[in-house]
Design a binder for this molecule. Structure first.
Ligand SMILES: NC(=O)c1ccc[n+]([C@@H]2O[C@H](COP(=O)([O-])OP(=O)(O)OC[C@H]3O[C@@H](n4cnc5c(N)ncnc54)[C@H](OP(=O)(O)O)[C@@H]3O)[C@@H](O)[C@H]2O)c1
Length: 340
């Protein structure tokens, strides 16, 4: 452990897609953990679409300040512990930021989670991290999906969407996914066993939804917003639930998109549309991890991670979420494990 800590600072607020110039790679003094804190050596950074929102302004969290370390979830190994519940050598993930070493205050609340034993850090930060927790609580609690229902998921080949569809299959739903490009659609149908997949880039969404959801959509798990949300609203079944997980299609826009013009279908079908944040369910993390781990062991859940190598490539890796280049959960490896 040296005396310096490399970190990515937010230099300016992006316009449109974030660029490398919006960040500055800096070297700062190594942080010192205080009482009740741990020092973590980071190995993987998690890329999450919400980081684009944190760069722009206040959301459900304050904006990242200019000159501050870029906020983000990261995972690695505890190298100093000044808290009785954490030991040196233990693997954790949390809101550690884009930096090689980070301190975390253990009793602060928020997201600081041990990686379960016997699980790779990659899986711990994907299906058994915020991605899996978001899919699990969004589909089962907010969406209340039940066996026999039709579930439509957008961003279906992405990290969250692919777990949502697999959970829906595991509990006996009929699952239709919306994704960009034939390769992603093939992955959904052939590898993940979705009942149908719609390529929103080359197919007519409305006519494909009519064919693939003949009895209507009971649960729409929306990661995308915009025209996909509008088209899905047209096909809601009676008492449908629309889960607003995200709206990535608009995250880089300078102006707000027009509102969903088909929202009146909620009235006609007695439907419900509800947003949520996975942090709302922090008190039930252990339950979700136990169930998701069981499905992983049984082979009902497949984990797909997409790893970009190198700390210097973090800004470019984040943008892969917006170009659709990522194949599964986007991570950045910034250091090899001390265990290998
Ligand atoms: N509510 C919560 O607590 C919570 C937690 C985590 C994530 N989220 C939300 O969940 C969504 C998915 O996040 P993730 O981390 O799992 O990322 P992801 O799905 O792995 O990656 C983002 C995907 O979005 C698609 N996309 C990008 N621009 C698009 C556009 N203009 N129109 C349609 N699709 C577009 C791309 O797939 P294609 O190639 O198919 O276009 C891309 O691969 C995001 O909206 C995120 O904000 C919410």
């Amino acid at each position: 452990m040296g005396t310096q800590n490399r970190c990515w600072l937010l230099e300016r607020r992006p316009r449109g897609m974030a660029s490398a110039e919006d960040f500055r790679l800096a070297s700062e003094p190594m942080p010192e953990p205080g009482d009740g804190e741990i020092l973590v050596r980071t190995e993987l950074l998690s890329c999450d679409p919400t980081q684009r929102g944190w760069m722009a302004g206040e959301t459900y969290m304050p904006a990242v300040g200019l000159g501050e370390v870029m906020r983000g979830i990261a995972g690695g190994e505890v190298v100093v512990s000044r808290h009785p519940r954490f030991t040196v050598g233990q693997r954790v993930q949390g809101m550690l930021g884009w930096q090689e070493y980070a301190t975390a205050r253990v009793d602060e609340g928020g997201f600081l989670q041990p990686i379960p034993d016997g699980v790779s850090l990659e899986t711990g930060m994907s299906v058994l991290g915020l991605t899996g927790l978001t899919a699990y609580f969004g589909l089962l609690d907010v969406g209340r999906a039940k066996a026999g229902e039709t579930v439509l998921v957008s961003g279906a080949a992405g990290a969250t969407g692919s777990v949502v569809g697999q959970i829906a299959k595991a509990i006996g739903c009929r699952v239709v996914g919306v994704a960009g490009g034939p390769e992603k659609c093939r992955y959904l149908s052939e590898t993940l066993g979705f009942d149908a997949a719609i390529d929103y880039k080359s197919e007519n969404l409305v006519s494909r939804l009519r064919v693939t959801c003949p009895n209507g959509i009971d649960v729409f798990f929306d990661n995308v917003g915009g025209v996909v949300l509008d088209a899905a609203l047209l096909f809601l079944a009676t008492r449908a639930r629309v889960v607003i997980c995200g709206a990535i299609s608009g995250y880089n826009d300078e102006t707000l998109p027009p509102g969903p013009k088909n929202y009146i279908r909620l009235l006609v079908q007695r439907g419900r549309m509800e947003g949520f944040n996975f942090l709302d369910y922090a008190h039930r993390t252990a339950e979700a991890i136990a169930v998701l781990s069981g499905w992983l062991r049984e082979g009902r859940l497949k984990d797909r991670v997409d790893i970009v190598e190198g700390f210097e490539n973090a800004p470019a890796a984040l943008n892969r979420l917006f170009t659709g280049e990522n194949q599964g959960k986007q991570l950045v490896r910034i250091a090899e494990s001390l265990r290998s």
